[in-house]
Design a protein around this ligand. Structure first.
Ligand SMILES: Cc1ncc(COP(=O)(O)O)c(C=O)c1O
Length: 411
């Protein structure tokens, strides 16, 4: 039996040689030597490229692909994606500076996020980045800043749609939300604005994230096109671009499957044909984890093995301070296991008995794997957590309990 974990999708995106997991053709021992450290995130750029190709092959040519940097803002990774994707979405001033310095043209960068502060707005205006406006107050501020800075701000309206994403996943539209402007408010207001005070780019209709249901995504796209058409109809100037959301998820937990992009692409092709009024508008899909999540692993070294009342604990030098989402504390209701393996024993048989892997933090929350099947572990083995390329180090409380920070590498 190989280390494919029962009921988790196979982690077939990486190769294995002589029982060693390879990230960008390097074993974990080799990566540790390269980094001078034996707890790290490693990202495989070939896997990112494959995901982008898979997206492009299944989507209509009209659909542009933007990368949402928040998923993984590691500058070498962001830099590698220039030329692979059509634009970047940023969520803060710092992410914006990473995006601008990557070489991506400012005209292809958008900045979304509630409660943007004046210096962030000013920086985006001066840089020529499109601001996704989240409230009417923000619009007024942007117009004032534009006058002060003698630059015409580039503006898209982030819309809080009336429809809600069906199925599970993170819902970010529908009902009362802190994100965007309610669609009914926009539909009333768009006819009354002074379009000489800003450069209207278009609309940003973002309804959710981490969705694994083709049907729910197709349904959201149909609603998005319907809403886009209504917004365009009441806008007195040309709408150049509409961001139709993102939301494509990846399988993290047992029983979850990879999305089938084909029906999603076919549905979009149908919608594009149907909504002729949008035929001259650029259409963008904005994705984070779908592009990078499967390309990354988190590796830590097993430094002790302990038995407690019949249960085996693998003690590692990694933990929730590096990987909060794997600990179940980043938006999950109950903790479930990410796929894990021993990265230097990839084709070894699994033990009958389940074991747990934990980190060095003095909290029962510091769990890397809870009652999982692994081969027989020894001190010095590598514990690998897959599906870790998104929302890793920057989504984790690295200074909690003042343990050493984690390293990253793109291969
Ligand atoms: C506006 C916006 N864009 C993109 C994303 C990225 O989501 P994901 O990484 O699930 O694709 C998010 C997630 O919160 C978001 O809020």
């Amino acid at each position: 039996m190989s280390q494919t974990i029962p009921n988790h999708v196979p982690m077939s995106q990486f190769s294995v040689r002589a029982s060693q997991l390879l990230i960008g053709e390097k074993s974990l021992d080799e990566i540790a030597v390269m980094l001078g450290k034996d707890v790290f995130y490693a990202y495989d750029s070939a896997v990112i490229n494959q995901k982008i190709q898979q997206f492009r092959q299944n989507m209509p040519d009209r659909i542009k692909l933007h990368y949402a940097i928040k998923a993984n803002p590691y500058p070498p990774l962001v830099g590698r994606m220039v030329g692979w994707v059509d634009g970047f979405d940023v969520a803060s001033h710092r992410e914006m500076l990473v995006a601008l310095q990557s070489g991506m043209p400012a005209s292809e960068i958008s900045f979304a996020g509630p409660a943007k502060q004046l210096p962030e707005l000013a920086a985006a205006i001066v840089a020529g980045v499109t601001l996704n406006i989240e409230s009417m107050t923000e619009l007024a501020r942007v117009i004032d800043l534009g006058k002060e800075l003698r630059q015409l701000p580039k503006v898209s309206f982030r819309v809080n749609p009336a429809f809600e994403l069906k199925a599970s996943g993170m819902k970010m539209g529908g009902g009362p939300k802190q994100f965007g402007i309610d669609e009914e408010v926009l539909l009333e207001t768009l006819g009354t604005l002074d379009y000489d005070t800003f450069d209207l780019v278009g609309f940003h209709i973002f309804w959710g994230s981490q969705n694994l249901s083709q049907e729910a995504i197709c349904h959201a796209h149909a609603n998005t096109f319907g809403l886009a058409s209504k917004l365009v109809a009441v806008t007195p100037v040309r709408v150049k671009s509409i961001n139709i959301g993102g939301g494509l998820g990846i399988p993290y937990f047992m029983g979850e499957k990879r999305l089938d992009l084909q029906p999603i692409g076919e549905n979009l092709q149908h919608l594009i044909g149907h909504y002729q009024e949008l035929k001259d508008v650029e259409l963008v899909i904005e994705l984070g984890r779908f592009l990078v999540g499967e390309a990354g692993i988190y590796a830590s070294r097993i430094t002790d093995i302990k038995e407690s009342r019949g249960h085996t604990f693998l003690m590692t030098n990694g933990g929730l301070h590096h990987h909060l989402s794997n600990s179940g504390n980043f938006g999950q209701v109950i903790r479930k296991n990410y796929p894990v393996a021993l990265g230097n024993k990839m084709d070894y048989p699994l033990m009958e008995q389940q074991v747990s892997a934990v980190g060095p933090l003095c909290t029962p929350l510091d769990v890397l794997a809870d009652k999982m099947w692994l081969p027989k572990a020894e001190i010095g083995d590598w514990l690998v957590v897959f599906q870790s390329g998104a929302y890793g180090p920057t989504a984790s409380p690295q200074d909690f309990l003042s343990h050493p920070r984690v390293k990253e590498i793109l291969l």
